[in-house]
Design a binder for this molecule. Structure first.
Ligand SMILES: Cc1cc2nc3c(=O)[nH]c(=O)nc-3n(C[C@H](O)[C@H](O)[C@H](O)COP(=O)(O)O)c2cc1C
Length: 225
C-alpha cells in the first residue's frame, strides 16, 4: 500500500500567514478605564461582547493540572459571574473533575475575536454550593442530564451505552428532579486576571490585576505585550 501523505498541502505557513488577525478598529485599554476590582472589568467586557452580538461570548478555555502534573485544556461554558468569581460546571468524575480534586487551581481564558479582547483568569477552584450544583443540573437539557446520570464523560463509549442511557432515562422519567451527585458547579475565585486588548495602529494593551495577599486589594500593572 503506498504511503498516503499525512497532509494534503505543504503551504500551510504561507496560507496561515495570509489570514488576517485583529482586523478592524480596536480601541485598546487605558488606565483610566480600570475599576477597583478586576471582576468589574470582566463584567463590562462580557456585557460588551453580548451587546455586540459576539457568538458564544460565554465559551472559555479551561486549563487544569492532573495529579501527575499533566496539563489539559478544553472549552466549556461560563455559567455565571458573581462577586466571588467565574462559575462553570462539569462532572467531578470527568478528567477535569479529577484534575481539580488533585489540584484545585485552574486557568480560564475568554477570547472575543470581534472585539480583539482576551481575559485570562487564574485562581482557586471550589464547588461551594450543593444547591447551585443541583439547580445548574436541573437547568440542563434532558439529553445532557441523561448522559450525566450515566456519568462516563471522556471514557470509551461501548455497546453498553444504549442500555445505560435507557436506564438513566427511566430514572429521569420516574423523578424529573433527579440530580447526578457528581455534577458540580465550580467557582474559580481569581487571584490574577489579565486583560489583553488589541489597539489599532499602536502596540496592543496588556494590563494585569493581582490580588494582594492581605485583604481584597488588587494591584494593577501594565505588561509588555
Ligand atoms: C462550546 C463548548 C462548550 C462546552 N461546554 C462544556 C461544559 O459546560 N461542561 C463540560 O463539562 N464540558 C463542556 N464541553 C466539552 C468539553 O470541551 C470537554 O470535551 C469535556 O468536558 C471533557 O473534558 P475532560 O475530559 O477534560 O474532563 C464543551 C465543549 C464545547 C466545544
Amino acid at each position: 500500500m503506498p504511503d498516503d501523505p499525512i497532509l494534503l498541502r505543504d503551504d500551510w505557513r504561507a496560507r496561515l500567514r495570509a489570514v488576517p488577525v485583529l482586523s478592524g478598529e480596536m480601541a485598546g485599554l487605558s488606565e483610566s478605564e480600570l475599576p477597583r476590582h478586576p471582576l468589574s472589568l470582566v463584567e463590562r467586557w462580557l456585557d460588551d461582547a453580548i451587546a455586540a452580538g459576539v457568538t458564544q461570548p460565554h465559551v472559555a478555555a479551561l486549563a487544569t493540572v492532573g495529579a501527575s502534573g499533566a496539563v489539559s485544556a478544553r472549552m466549556l461554558i461560563v455559567k455565571d459571574l458573581t462577586a466571588e468569581g467565574v462559575w462553570f460546571s462539569s462532572s467531578r468524575n470527568s478528567p477535569k473533575g479529577r484534575d481539580l480534586a488533585a489540584h484545585p487551581q485552574a486557568a480560564l481564558t475568554l477570547y472575543w475575536r470581534e472585539a480583539g479582547r482576551q481575559i485570562r483568569v487564574t485562581g482557586e477552584v471550589s464547588s461551594p454550593s450543593e444547591e447551585v450544583s443541583a439547580a445548574d443540573f436541573r437547568e440542563r437539557s434532558v439529553v445532557a442530564r441523561r448522559e450525566m446520570l450515566v456519568d462516563r464523560q471522556s471514557s470509551p463509549r461501548d455497546d453498553a451505552a444504549q442500555t445505560e442511557l435507557a436506564r438513566a432515562q427511566r430514572r429521569l422519567d420516574a423523578d424529573p428532579d433527579l440530580v447526578a451527585p457528581a455534577w458540580a458547579a465550580y467557582l474559580l475565585a481569581p487571584v490574577r486576571i489579565e486583560f489583553w486588548a488589541a489597539a489599532t495602529g499602536r502596540a496592543h494593551d496588556r494590563i494585569v490585576a493581582e490580588r494582594r495577599t492581605v485583604g481584597d486589594e488588587w494591584m494593577w500593572q501594565r505588561l509588555w505585550t
